[in-house]
Write a protein that binds this ligand. Structure first.
Ligand code: HEC
Length: 107
């Protein structure tokens, strides 16, 4: 009985630890980011794993990327442009942009 309880507690801890990642993938989906981005494949925009790699050694990466998510960007990866949030079909708050940046950079 004790072992079963422990196993249940461990399973719950594991589920809680993975929840934020899934929640942010859902957030990306709900904000239409995944129409132009894929986690590990380049489509219209760069893959999020490529973004994470590029910013690995950049100080304040999370802040810079959150800003780009809000303001859009161009000429950084290729000839495609990311329109600013708010102009497209998606709108992100500062908090959401930070959450998305944190998730992307942790991939
Ligand atoms: C209309 C297509 C489109 C949508 C929608 C879109 N992006 Fe992008 N995104 C791009 C393109 C294209 C680039 C590359 C622009 C460049 O070369 O600078 C890019 C670049 C990025 C980068 C890299 C920034 C950098 O500094 O290198 C991040 C991070 C990013 N997008 C996150 C997001 C998130 C999060 C969302 C959803 C809120 C989103 N994008 C929605 C097209 C899109």
């Amino acid at each position: 009985m004790k072992a079963l309880l422990l196993a249940t507690a461990l399973a719950m801890t594991a589920a809680m630890a993975t929840t934020p990642v899934r929640a942010d993938a859902n957030l990306a989906r709900s904000k239409n980011c995944l129409e132009c981005h894929n986690v590990d494949k380049e489509i219209t925009g760069p893959s999020f794993t490529a973004v994470a790699k590029r910013y690995k050694r950049v100080p304040n990466a999370e802040q810079i990327v959150a800003e780009k998510i809000k303001k859009g960007c161009a000429d950084h990866w290729g000839s495609n442009v990311m329109p600013p949030a708010g102009m497209g079909a998606w709108k992100v708050s500062d908090g959401e942009a930070k959450k998305l940046a944190h998730w992307i950079l942790g991939l």
